[in-house]
Design a protein around this ligand. Structure first.
Ligand code: ZN
Length: 403
């Protein structure tokens, strides 16, 4: 069984040890067991440490660490290390420190949720960017209010600033029974307890800073319903500082673009949105008027007896003003429109005209639609072909429907 040095000292970064076993790892590489190790193996929601093992001037990179049921800690390396070899291990401290900050912050948050809201933490995840805890709330509540989120964040940050000591130990069976743990331990033997000030006490085998002050800061990012629970996402320590710096840079950039100080960004963006919407409305009206004028310019009352026919070829035009102009024109009654806009075709007629527009469009191009309004895809010449069909086959026809 490997002697786990981080149990006694979470700040132990380098250590000397002896290789006790080495075996080929599944998927390539080797797994090395040591008689003692400061490397933390993945467990309890805290990811493994990385680092190096040095032996006889050579360096062996540790890319994964796991513990087996017998309590042996296995370090994954690329090359083999013979049993009996003396090694010097060194863990990647930045990574471990970050994990300790997130993990201890998670304890503080879970403790505050339990104490103030009666919520039980049933799952936790320490991710690359942020971390989260899943909380089972009384009466199956799946949301926290804005006030509750702020209260939790303020409370945990105040306790962090109090810099209360964090203590980890293995209590005896009798002592364990007397401890006010936040929830029952998941293991029966060798229960390790962590206590933070007088506001958090729970069984945990993880690594923790020496005092709450070394967590630095907590920032809750969201509290959202997730599979019947509330998932609270947060960042702590260095991550919280970096996130604040990132958001400040984003706010400064947005402020420069909008010529507004950070606290007035929302109102400046709102004003911009309002003006954009007004401009779009005006532009839409101008475009509708222009299309309508193009259609009127093409009106011909002589081609077909009793109706006004317009055959128009326009360049590519936005659909909204195009439809608005066409609706207005055919709404005047007794009208047939054959129109192309870029590679789109739109054939439409007034309600009082007796003509199947879907059938007509399918005789000249691909398309279809309602009896009074059909659209398709085709070259502008299709408009001329359709007009010719109407002129040839429509001689002497009564175009207007009987009332
Ligand atoms: Zn812990």
């Amino acid at each position: 069984m490997t002697d786990r040095l981080y149990y006694e000292d979470a700040y132990c970064r380098s250590f000397e040890a002896e290789v006790t076993a080495c075996r080929a790892a599944k998927g390539g590489g080797w797994e090395v067991a040591l008689n003692r190790s400061a490397f933390y193996p993945t467990s309890g929601g805290q990811p493994f440490d990385t680092g190096v093992l040095r032996a006889d001037g050579a360096e062996f990179r540790v890319t994964d660490v796991e513990a087996d049921r017998e309590g042996e800690v296995w370090h994954r390396t690329e090359r083999e290390l013979a049993p009996g070899t003396r090694v010097c291990g060194e863990i990647d401290w930045e990574r471990r420190l970050d994990h300790m900050e997130q993990h201890a912050g998670e304890h503080m948050l879970a403790g505050a949720v339990w104490e103030k809201l009666g919520g039980t933490t049933i799952g936790l995840h320490l991710g690359q960017e942020d971390s989260s805890i899943d909380i089972s709330m009384p009466e199956e509540r799946m949301r926290l209010t804005e006030e509750e989120i702020r209260m939790l964040e303020d409370l945990v940050n105040r306790r962090i600033r109090e810099d209360a000591p964090i203590r980890c130990w293995f209590p005896g069976e009798e002592e364990l029974k007397t401890l006010p743990l936040r929830k029952p331990p998941t293991v029966q033997e060798h229960v390790r307890v962590v206590a933070m000030g007088d506001f958090e006490m729970v069984a945990c085998g993880g690594t923790h800073p020496a005092s709450t002050g070394r967590i630095g800061l907590i920032k809750i990012l969201s509290a959202l319903p997730s599979r019947g629970k509330v998932r609270v996402t947060f960042v702590c320590g260095g991550r919280a500082c970096r996130l604040f710096q990132h958001y400040m840079r984003c706010a400064d950039k947005a402020g420069n673009v909008l010529s507004a100080p950070t606290e007035k960004l929302a109102s400046a963006a709102g004003e911009l949105k309002r003006r954009l919407s007004e401009t779009e409305k005006r532009l839409h009206q101008l475009e509708t008027d222009r299309v309508l004028q193009e259609i009127r310019n093409a009106e011909s009352a002589e081609d077909l007896k009793g109706v006004i026919l317009a055959a128009v070829c326009l360049p590519e035009t936005d659909n909204t003003p195009l439809s608005a102009a066409v609706s207005k024109w055919i709404g005047e009654g007794g009208r047939i429109l054959l129109l192309s806009a870029g590679e789109r075709l739109l054939f439409a007629r007034s309600e009082d005209v007796d003509l199947e527009m879907g059938t007509l469009i399918r005789r000249v191009a691909r398309g279809g639609g309602r009896p009074d309004w059909a659209s398709g895809a085709g070259v502008p010449e299709c408009v001329g072909v359709a007009r010719k069909i109407l002129m040839t086959e429509g001689k002497g026809k009564t175009w207007r429907k009987k009332k």
